[in-house]
Design a protein around this ligand. Structure first.
Ligand SMILES: [Zn+2]
Ligand SMILES: [Zn+2]
Length: 399
């Protein structure tokens, strides 16, 4: 398949050109009306309506607010899935534009509005030329990526089994890459993520008499400082890992020693063995350290967390060939794997495939980081993603 990869014929590129404006309009509409994880009612409604209009078989309420559209081509071929995530984040947008978020405190600050618009347009293009399309395309619109909550229930609902999906693809837009560039990485390409709580229990009392209490604040502070040694002293320098505590909660007043304190943080790695090792050692370390301060610590992890995004070799080489053929070798960026995470990893654990990145850097000197109020995309990256997505799908389906 890699060798006889076909580039888009003029008929297909015309379909993309015809939809350039509507692609941007659609993305701006989602941007104007962002919805938090598992609350994507309006977004899911628009997706379902448009998939219905394009004559796909549509299932709604999959994994709560997810939508699946199945498109059968007129010629025999393979069954390939395209996945897009659809949720927004709890942030107040800094951008002042006509399509700035109309819901204060909610913002598409990760580009999922663009992912949704590209995937919908991709489905509409394939549907418009169904007679030339081989195989079956399954479009998975996943809710709640930002809380790592949507992929698992969709997989449990059988989105990969009915019909039986052979491979899965998708893209993430990134402000770290220039417009016109794409990044296709085989193997581990996005980190695992685990959210944890360390609850330290002591004995509260008067601030004047610490010797009569068991101070959980001092114990938690020492656990916080020491846990970084797990990364620097117990993990190979060749294995990237990050432990971050983002929240330290405890106490009510200057002179009261509280009964408990909580640390909340995240762990990121690129290797399942390293991930398991740090999780186990963090548990032992927190417990022993707490005991040294006459307190007790309990470590808990939220659900299962999110595994490493691992793109399979063959499918990554295939997407790489599609990108080189369709966009030119100069379009291929080669940045290192990112410490961000994505529950696309669960789909990629179930089926071979590739999750690649598409550049949307705005091109000014200001930073526009994902998950920040200043996030902003250059919409010129959207048709690039669409073009590569269409090439990937047509070739994988059996062009
Ligand atoms: Zn995100
Ligand atoms: Zn994202």
């Amino acid at each position: 398949m890699v060798n006889d990869m076909k580039t888009l014929t003029p008929e297909w590129t015309q379909e993309i050109d015809r939809r350039r404006e509507s692609l941007v309009t659609l993305r701006r509409d989602f941007h104007r009306h962002p919805e938090l994880s598992f609350e994507e009612q309006r977004t899911a409604g628009i997706i379902a309506d448009r998939l219905h209009a394009a004559k796909l078989d549509v299932r709604t309420g999959v994994g709560r607010t997810g939508v699946v559209g199945v498109l059968r081509g007129d010629r025999p071929g393979r069954t390939i899935a395209w996945r897009a995530d659809i949720d927004a984040l709890p942030l107040i947008e800094a951008l002042d534009a006509p399509f700035t978020s109309g819901t204060r405190g909610v913002m598409h600050a990760c580009g999922h509005d663009g992912h949704t618009a590209v995937a919908l347009t991709l489905a509409e293009i394939l549907s418009a030329r169904r007679a030339q399309m081989a195989g079956t395309a399954v479009f998975i619109f996943q809710p709640a990526e930002e809380v790592f909550g949507g992929a698992e229930p969709m997989i449990a609902a059988g989105v990969l089994d009915n019909p039986r999906v052979e491979e899965i693809y998708g893209l993430h837009l990134t402000t770290q890459t220039a417009v016109g560039k794409v990044d296709v990485k085989a193997g581990p390409s996005m980190a695992s993520a685990d959210f944890f709580d360390v609850e330290v229990k002591g004995q509260g009392g008067h601030g004047a008499y610490p010797h009569l209490s068991m101070d959980p604040i001092t114990a938690a502070a020492n656990i916080l400082l020491g846990m970084q040694n797990l990364v620097s002293r117990e993990i190979s320098a060749h294995a990237p890992a990050v432990l971050t505590v983002g929240q330290f909660v405890g106490g009510t007043k200057h002179n009261i020693i509280p009964a408990s304190a909580v640390l909340r943080g995240s762990l990121r790695t690129f290797d399942e063995k390293v991930r398991a090792q740090i999780k186990q050692r963090l548990r032992d370390y927190a417990a022993h350290m707490a005991r040294a301060y006459r307190t007790e610590a309990a470590l808990s992890f939220q659900a299962d967390g999110c595994p490493v995004v691992i793109n399979t070799d063959k499918e990554s080489a295939f997407v790489h060939a599609c990108a080189a053929g369709e966009l030119g070798a100069a379009a291929l960026a080669d940045s290192p794997p990112v410490m961000a995470s994505d529950d696309m990893s669960l789909f990629l654990r179930a089926r071979p495939g590739c999750y690649f990145r598409v550049g949307i850097a705005p091109g000014d000197d200001r930073p526009h980081p994902h998950h920040a109020p200043e996030f902003e995309m250059h919409e010129g990256g959207l048709p690039v993603g669409l073009r590569l997505g269409l090439t990937v799908m047509l070739n994988a389906l059996g062009a």
